[in-house]
Design a protein around this ligand. Structure first.
Ligand code: NAD
Ligand code: MG
Length: 393
């Protein structure tokens, strides 16, 4: 029996994780569930999964849950709040696995706490690696933690790689990583058409159902940019060893190309329960509830080159990765602010990369030597992005 904490249990990845857990009640036990502020959803999950701990990042939400549980006479569940509460349940002695599925920079400290406590970290929160890849990978090693990628592409690459994350790729005969991308809902839209797209259009992904932030990232292709950075840290791959390949069907989740001409691919229906079940059971395999892939149904697999002109976010991410230091933390923070402003209809879709690029140009990258430096860069980038947005309105 493995005890699991699910950070971000009310989100898209969190719910898929609970779905896999509920298919294997004898193998996994939920110790803690966490969310930001969605009280009703959390109460439903608490009823069903009976965790020992509930953490709400939002203090008022935590108070409401606490009051409701007490009124029901339920005293055996501990309710905590804030980042401290999240870090606490990510590092409990009783916990074996931590699903890191908070969205954005808010996931960094809790994910790091799981690494520092030597847990198996099931990492969906790619922003944590983008912001502080060096420190994160260092902590995983130093504290004897295990890092299993949940992002479907990185989980696929992991499955197609020799299983010692972080060692030299060329030593294993790896030529390059082929990181597939669906291209998102706007793959075939012209630059002119992109000017008028709405948040709802951006959030209707053709193949995947996800939270709103990552859905917009997929539409701008910043998601793929963040994933290039994520792959760099996970697999110790230089930027020019990571090739983005547009593959609209999302059946191949990524590939690894070897020196002898072999290309290994991991395929499956686009459903996050596959990488989640893979990482939870690794090195074993368990059922996930995902339908078998029917290749006759798929019939065609297509590939094309990414277009850096229509999707400048991808270029910005490669540039930030090459420039190093705090550039990727700055890129991530500016992106979070720009996406939020697009979602609440303050800026248009094409303004997202413009805001990010202006912040990257204005803010100097420094050596990402400590968490404090990274969090300071994150803070400054957010402020500058807000100023940039205010100035264009
Ligand atoms: P989501 O928006 O559906 O869920 C986010 C979760 O984080 C929710 O439980 C929410 O309550 C919690 N949360 C939000 N803000 C918080 C804060 N400030 N403090 C604490 N908790 C907070 O997002 P998602 O689609 O599940 O994505 C989660 C992460 O997984 C992201 O980093 C995303 O990039 C990554 N990911 C998602 C998918 C997918 O298919 N959804 C695929 C690959 C990677
Ligand atoms: Mg992905």
């Amino acid at each position: 029996m493995k005890n699991i904490t699910i950070l971000g249990s009310t989100g898209s990845i969190g719910e898929s994780t609970l779905d896999v857990v509920s298919q294997h009640p004898d193998a996994y036990n939920v110790i803690a569930l966490t969310a930001n502020a969605s009280v009703d959803k959390m109460l439903m999950q608490v009823n069903r999964y009976k965790p020992d701990f509930v953490v709400m990042a939002d203090e008022q939400a935590a108070e409401r849950i606490s009051t409701i549980l007490l009124a029901k006479g339920c005293t055996e569940i501990t309710v905590l709040s804030g980042v401290d509460g999240l870090q606490h349940v990510a590092s409990l002695d009783a916990v074996d696995y931590v699903m890191a599925a908070i969205v954005g920079a808010a996931g960094l400290l809790p994910s790091l706490a799981a690494a520092k406590a030597g847990k198996r970290v099931l990492l969906a929160n790619k922003e944590a690696l983008v912001m502080s890849g060096h420190l994160f990978m260092q902590d995983i090693k130093r504290y004897g933690a295990e890092l299993l990628p949940i992002d479907s592409e990185h989980n696929a690459i992991f499955q197609c790689m020799p299983h010692d994350l972080g060692s030299s790729l060329s030593l294993h005969g790896v030529e390059r990583i082929l990181l597939t991308a669906s291209g998102g809902p706007f793959l075939n839209k012209s630059i002119n058409e992109l000017g008028a797209v709405t948040p709802d259009q951006a959030c209707s992904h053709p193949n995947w159902s996800m939270g709103r932030k990552i859905s917009v990232d997929s539409a701008t292709m910043m998601n793929k940019g963040l994933e290039v950075i994520e792959a760099h840290w996970l697999f110790n791959a230089a930027p020019d060893k990571i090739q983005v390949v547009i593959h609209p069907q999302s059946v191949i989740h990524s590939m690894v190309q070897y020196r002898d001409g072999s290309v290994l691919a991991q395929m499956g229906n686009p459903d996050m329960r596959t990488p989640i079940a893979h990482a939870m059971a690794w090195p074993q395999r368990i059922s996930s509830g995902v339908a078998e892939l029917d290749l006759f149904d798929v019939a065609h697999l297509n590939f094309q080159r990414p277009d850096f002109n229509r999707f400048p976010c991808l270029r910005l991410a490669y540039e930030a990765l090459k420039s190093g230091g705090t550039s990727c933390a700055i890129l991530n923070a500016a992106n979070e602010i720009a996406v939020e402003s697009f979602l609440n209809e303050t800026i248009s879709f094409p303004m997202i990369p413009i805001v990010i690029e202006s912040v990257l140009t204005e803010l100097n990258s420094v050596d990402a030597s400590s968490l404090e430096v990274i969090l300071a860069a994150d803070h400054s980038a957010r402020e500058l992005a807000k100023e940039a947005i205010a100035s264009i309105r």
